[in-house]
Every structure is written in C-alpha cells, then in structure tokens.
Ligand binder design. Structure first.
Ligand code: GDP
Length: 423
C-alpha cells in the first residue's frame, strides 16, 4: 500500500515548514492541511515572489499540485476568501481544480474571533498570548458540536435554522458574560454572502477525493501547522494551540483514517524561537537575544522570543512527532557568531535532566548551556555537505546525536534551492 509523507514542526512553530513544503511539493501530487487555521503563517520565497500563507496549503505555487483543506482545519471563510484574493492578485492561480475544501470542515464563525479577543482582555496579564483569530473558541465549539460544517452551505434552510439557534446561544454569552454587543442576523447574512458564497465551488467530499487519489497511487503530503510543543495533548499546556499539531493526527484531520505515514519530516530551526506566552526555558534576553533576533529576522506581528537550540525540547519534539528524518532550517543565521550556545539539558530543582518535564514544572527549569566554536563564514551558497565548514558539520552532528534522528536536509537561506541534502 502507498504511504503518505508528513512535514511537521519539531519546536514552537515558525521553523520554516512552508519553505520545506514549497521545495518538496515538486515530488507530490496532493498537499493536505489537516489542523489549525489562520492563526499561523508560512512565508514562502520562490521565483514568483514572497508570499504569506495562513490557511492555504503550501502547494498552491505548483501548477499540478492539488491542495486540500481537510476536515480538521478551522475553516475561517473571511480569512480564506481574503487570502485567495491576495494570492490571486499576486498572480497565483487558485481554482476549484487546485484547491479543495472538505465539506466536513467546521466553519469558524464571526463570534469566534470576537470571543477570543474578549477572553484575552478578561485574562489580562494571565492571557494565553492568543493570535485572536478565534481558534480556541472555534475548537471548543467544534467539540461541543456547536458550529456548522462547510457542507451545510449547500442546504440554506437547514443552515439558516442552525445558525439562528447558535446565534441565540452565543449572544447570551457575548452580552451576559462579557457585556459586549450582540451579533445580529443581518451580520450573519452579510458574512454568508460576502465570505461563504465565494467558497462554495471549492467545497466537496475531500475524504472520497483523497481515497481515490490514494487508490491511484497519487503522492500525498500532509502539511502541519505550528510545532510539536504547541500540540494540545503533548505540548506545553495550556500554552498550546487548540488543535493537534502532531503528524499522526494527520490521517484523521485530513480525512484518510488509518493511512501509514513514511517519512515524517520534522522541521527544526538551528536555534530556538517562540511566539507568544508560556514557558521557554532556553530563552535569551538583552543584547545577545537582540542580535540573534536581528540575524534571524525574528519579527512577525510581534518580536519573537529567541534562544539557543534546545536539545531537550527538540528531542521530545522528535519523539512525539515520530520524526523519521529532520530538515534543519536557518543554519546560515548562526554564521557570524564566534561561539554557538546550545541548551543541552535542563536543571530542575538542582538536578540536571535531558527529559522534557511536566508542563507545570517548566517555569522552575534553567537551561544548562554548552558552547561550540562558530564557523564565521557565509554558508548561504553552500549546497554540498562536504563544503560546509568543519565547525558547522560538528554542530549538526552534535544535534543529531542528541535528538537521535538523522538531519537529512539543511537549509541555508529562505529561497527554494538554498538547501543541502545529505545522502
Ligand atoms: P513556518 O510557519 O514553519 O512555515 O515558518 P515561517 O514561514 O513563519 O518562518 C520561517 C521564516 O524563515 C520565513 O521568513 C522564511 O523565509 C525564513 N527561512 C526559512 N528557512 C530559512 C533558512 O534556511 N535561512 C534563512 N535565513 N531564512 C529561512
């Protein structure tokens, strides 16, 4: 039986998965997003320009690749319609032939974003650091069975009654709990008209489509969003996302239950970065952090927290992702450092460990730092492992030994072909 491939994040997200998917889609027929929504972005630089993707799979730049948004995705019609419009204006072709949306994907409704914002405001300094895209309220409603499936858009009478019930209940929460303004039926009608109607041609039974594609030996790639440490079940709860970011959730969230995945390509950064709140044991501060932030361009909607590579968290990330090989990104970013720090263990209450502690204990952990000699030269044009400076090779091998997974790909620049592939 044919197997599928997964590309997933090993760390806290923003590892550079988008650039790896963009590179590897050459060898695939179908790319599937299986979880998450518009709450994290991929940056892709290719010969067509620089693009930001949030919801659309990263295969949209390859003319012959079909891109699927599976049932596990938080389908935000407003966000998706806007993303399609932006990419189309940039010259990318997006049609029902190359983008397909599962009729079983649940819709992120207009109140989800509002509730996300209101709850973060209520939490004040205890906030989760939400991107306020409505993801947590969406997934909690999905599991309460209080949202709408994309396929319901084809049954307007049923949909109208369903939305009316949900709206009545949500307005009790918006006004009664948060003292906010209610959402009106007219707001919902406008949302359906402006954002949902344009998506209808893309919606279909993607489970059946994928079963057929699999039967006909199409090569299928699962594209993960965020990283292992943000997984709802195994991440740094409660500073996780509200979906499962792990590779082995992909068969469910894509709509291909039971399919085997081989390889699982884990994407890991050559140093650490983290967006948002929560424990980040290896975090650097001050000038040292600012330098790394500048070198790595670690700024998004807010400056990213940065630190040395965290071998404890990365080993754990590899284990829970069941990674069979690693793509390491941004090695070029470390090229100007005299010495490269690595967080090799954690010290918890005076005892050193290389095992990931229970999330509630992470705030009590300190990083144990070792340093390695830097290579101090530009490696962005290197394409062959043997042309990498000895110090860079030693750094990669040190990490490989700690995580126990082969580092097969080394990315030395954001462009599609800035990559070293080890035999
Ligand atoms: P994703 O969410 O995992 O896809 O990661 P992002 O796209 O948010 O972040 C990765 C950022 O790093 C993007 O700006 C990429 O263009 C950039 N990037 C990816 N790989 C490399 C690399 O090897 N070197 C450098 N300098 N930048 C890279």
């Amino acid at each position: 039986m044919d197997v599928c491939t997964a590309i997933v994040g090993i760390n806290w997200g923003d590892e550079g998965k988008g650039r790896m998917v963009d590179l590897l889609t050459e060898d695939f027929d179908v790319v599937v997003r299986y979880q998450g929504g518009g709450n994290a972005g991929h940056t892709i630089v290719n010969r067509y320009g620089e693009f930001q993707l949030h919801l659309l799979p990263s295969g949209v730049f390859r003319p012959n690749v079909v891109n699927v948004l599976g049932n596990g995705v938080a389908l935000d019609p407003e966000h998706l319609r806007n993303e399609i419009q932006t990419l189309t204006a940039q010259g990318v072709s997006i049609t029902p032939d190359n983008v397909k949306i599962s009729n079983r994907a649940s819709l992120l409704l207009p109140w989800h974003r509002k509730l996300d914002e209101l709850e973060e405001q209520r939490l004040k300094e205890k906030k989760f650091g939400s991107t306020k895209k409505g993801i947590a309220p969406f997934y909690s409603d999905k599991y309460q069975k209080k949202t709408v499936l994309a396929g319901e858009l084809f049954y307007p009478d049923i949909l109208k009654a369903h939305l009316k019930d949900l709206l009545e209940w949500k307005n009790m929460i918006l006004t009664g709990v948060y003292g906010a303004d209610p959402i009106t039926e007219e707001d919902i009608e406008a949302w359906l008209h402006d954002y949902c109607e344009p998506l209808k041609p893309f919606i279909q039974d993607t489970r059946a489509y994928l079963a057929d594609a699999h039967y006909h030996h199409k090569r299928i790639l699962f594209e993960g969003q965020l990283g292992a440490l943000r997984d709802l079940d195994f991440g740094i709860y409660p500073y996780t996302t509200s979906s499962n970011t792990l590779a082995y959730y992909a068969p469910i969230g894509a709509g291909m239950p039971g399919v085997r995945i081989e390889p699982v390509i884990g994407v890991m950064k050559a140093y650490s970065s983290c967006v948002g709140e929560g424990p980040f044991v290896c975090e650097m501060f001050g000038e040292e952090a600012e330098r790394l932030r500048q070198l790595g361009g670690e700024f998004g909607s807010r400056p990213h927290r940065v630190g040395p590579i965290d071998l404890v968290a990365s080993k754990y990330g590899c284990q829970i992702q069941a990674a069979t090989e690693i793509a390491m990104t941004k090695l070029d970013v470390l090229s100007s450092l005299d010495e490269i720090p690595l967080c090799v263990r954690y010290r918890l209450d005076g005892v050193e460990t290389d095992q990931m502690p229970f999330p509630s204990l992470l705030d009590r952990c300190e990083p144990v730092i070792e340093t390695m000699k830097g290579w101090k030269c530009d490696i962005s044009r290197v394409r062959n492992w043997w042309d990498l400076p000895e110090e860079a090779q030693a750094y990669v091998k040190r990490i490989e030994k700690a995580i126990g997974v082969v580092i097969r790909w080394i990315s030395v620049g954001p462009e599609r072909h800035s990559i070293i592939i080890r035999g």
